[in-house]
Each structure stands twice: as C-alpha cells, then as structure tokens.
Design a binder for this molecule. Structure first.
Ligand code: AMP
Length: 125
C-alpha cells in the first residue's frame, strides 16, 4: 500500500527495525550515514537498497530537513555501493519512489540500485 508523502516518520517502519537490528537484512555496506542491504524481492540481477541512518520518510523529507553532511554522506554511500558492486560499467539505475504516485511502500527514504542486466526503458505502464 503506497504511503502518504506528507506523513510523519514512523519509528516502527520495517527499515527502522532493520537499522536497529531488530529484523535481519542482507548487509552490503554501512558507514556513519547510510546502510545498504539487498532487496528481499529483487527486481533485477542486482537490487540493493541504500537508506540513510537518520529518520526521514522520503527523498522529499530528506532534501528538506537533512543536514549537508547527511546528504553528502548518503549520496557518497550510494555511489560507493554501486562501484563496489561493479556496476559503473556497463551501467545501472537509481530509483527513489516518493509517496502514492511514486508507489513508495516503506516510509523510510530508500534508493534502489538496479543492475547486472539491461534494464529497459525508464517506466513501464
Ligand atoms: P518502495 O516501493 O520503493 O517503498 O520499495 C520498498 C522495497 O523494500 C521493495 O522493493 C521491497 O521488496 C523491499 N523490502 C521490504 N521489506 C524488506 C526487507 N525486510 N528486507 C529487504 N527489502 C525489503
């Protein structure tokens, strides 16, 4: 069920539980700003999620409220994970779903990294 992009942060969302270690995850990378783990229902050969450690509902919330250090750390972590997975050549895709029209289901900002195969057109209707 897609979320409302304007909702306040819910500490009990599944990615908050993963960050607290209450739910297992397939860890790919972690630093002071971000945590990365493989998606439980992969949509491509490589499908990894990167989330900020701070409590942000979505990209909208993050871009409005996060500090420059949090934003810089998170963006660098996404790039690091893609490089570590060997995706820069031949390429990959980043996706952040925001709110109902974006199809966002988990109300903690996450960037999807897709790769390992040709990914086709941007949007399938
Ligand atoms: P979105 O539609 O952008 O909110 O995507 C949420 C993503 O989280 C989906 O691709 C799910 O497969 C993934 N997901 C949900 N629960 C877990 C979990 N426990 N571990 C890893 N990925 C998950």
């Amino acid at each position: 069920m897609p979320i409302d992009a304007t909702q306040s942060y819910d500490d009990e969302n599944i990615f908050a539980k993963i960050l607290r270690g209450e739910i297992p995850s397939s860890k790919v990378y972690e630093d002071d700003w971000a945590y990365a783990f493989d998606d439980i229902n992969p949509q491509a050969e490589i499908h990894t999620l990167v989330i900020p450690k701070g409590a942000y509902v979505s990209w909208d919330d993050f871009s409005a409220r996060a500090s420059d250090a949090e934003i810089g750390g998170f963006v660098r972590a996404v790039g690091h994970v893609a490089r570590a997975k060997g995706l820069v050549e031949p390429g990959y895709r980043l996706l952040a779903n925001i709110g109902a029209h974006g199809g966002q289901e988990v109300p903690h900002l996450h960037v999807h990294i897709f790769g390992g195969q040709p990914l086709g057109r941007m949007i399938c209707n």
